[in-house]
Design a binder for this molecule. Sequence first.
Ligand code: FEO
Length: 166
Amino acid sequence: MLSKKMQDALNGQLNAEMYSAYLYLSMSAYLESINLPGFAAWMRVQASEEMKHAMKFYGHVNDRRGRVTLAAIQAPPAEWSSPLNVFEEVYKHEQKVTGLIHGLVKLAEAEGDRAAGAFLQWFVTEQVEEEASADVLVQKLKLVGDQAGPLFMLDHELGQREAGGD
Ligand code: FEO
């Protein structure tokens, strides 16, 4: 049985994942606006993965005979100063999400909720990947600096990212 406290926290994370999707979609729109369609496509795939994360929480709460409730999604920022600034913010955001996931794991332990604990393990692993992939792009963009040629090559590379992961 899902406790009320655990249910509220899982619904809160559903909302946080929806916000991540919204944030990355807004970043995608910004990247389109500065003529980097490959970066924009990469970010749209990222946004759709966040929707899948949200739906995992939706599914878990329902599977446990809990009640999903949806709260308002905060509006994301619309402007950034550069592609590097975008990915620095992605990295920071993912670190924040990792903290939220770890908080949920602690709550599941405190509540003796082994099912939620097992469910959350997937996210603990996923966050390692999420932080690593954002950090790699921050480092690449720092190397690229203001050089248009390498930036367009990286844009082409990122445009190859395929949808379909989690
Ligand atoms: Fe849902 Fe990017 O973590």
